[in-house]
Design a protein around this ligand. Structure first.
Ligand SMILES: CC(C)(COP(=O)(O)OP(=O)(O)OC[C@H]1O[C@@H](n2cnc3c(N)ncnc32)[C@H](O)[C@@H]1OP(=O)(O)O)[C@@H](O)C(=O)NCCC(=O)NCCS
Length: 152
């Protein structure tokens, strides 16, 4: 069990969030890494802090009673210690009492062979998300996305 503290994201976390995203190029393309600082400055979220160092983040948007996870990342040296799970749980705990019905996330589809996202899908499956939609794109970096949903 990891002793990271999970707290609400503030404006001063944007640089640390961007720095973690930059360490995850297998998941976040250059264009995604340009979007993350912009989204981190306006969207709600949580960060995980371990010994004064930010080691994980989750950003989300709520739209029509559904929360959409826009970005989620854990520092590569701190993965698989329960931080991602706790970040998702904090979003659930925040939103459930306010009537949000579900959490959704869009990820690379399982019809696209790319190992790093197999791990991502394993994470979401373990967290209770289920596939709800597949969408084809005219984008070689993401020819098909898989939408996952967890009812709250
Ligand atoms: C996906 C990610 C956020 C998960 O965070 P994490 O802190 O490493 O994951 P956790 O330790 O909370 O994992 C919880 C459970 O998910 C599953 N899981 C997590 N990583 C896994 C992996 N690499 N392979 C298989 N299952 C995995 C396991 O069941 C795990 O429980 P266990 O360790 O007791 O077996 C993190 O690995 C990450 O930043 N990945 C790169 C970026 C990314 O994929 N972001 C999401 C884009 S949509």
């Amino acid at each position: 069990m990891c002793g990271a503290i999970i707290r609400r994201k503030t404006a001063s976390d944007v640089d640390a969030i961007t720095a973690i995203a930059d360490l995850l190029p297998e998941w976040f393309t250059q264009s995604a890494r340009r979007e993350i600082p912009v989204d981190a400055s306006v969207q709600d979220g949580f960060v995980a802090v371990l010994e004064d160092r930010t080691v994980g983040f989750i950003l989300f948007l709520v739209w029509e009673a559904v929360a959409h996870i826009s970005w989620l990342g854990v520092h590569p040296e701190h993965q698989r210690r329960g931080i991602g799970k706790r970040l998702v749980e904090h979003v659930e705990g925040l939103l459930r009492p306010s009537g949000v019905e579900a959490l959704e996330v869009k990820t690379l589809s399982d019809t696209v062979e790319y190992e790093p996202y197999e791990r991502t899908r394993a994470f979401y499956q373990a967290a209770g998300f289920e596939p709800c939609k597949r969408v084809r794109h005219d984008n070689p970096e993401c020819p098909e996305s898989l939408h996952l949903r967890k009812d709250l």
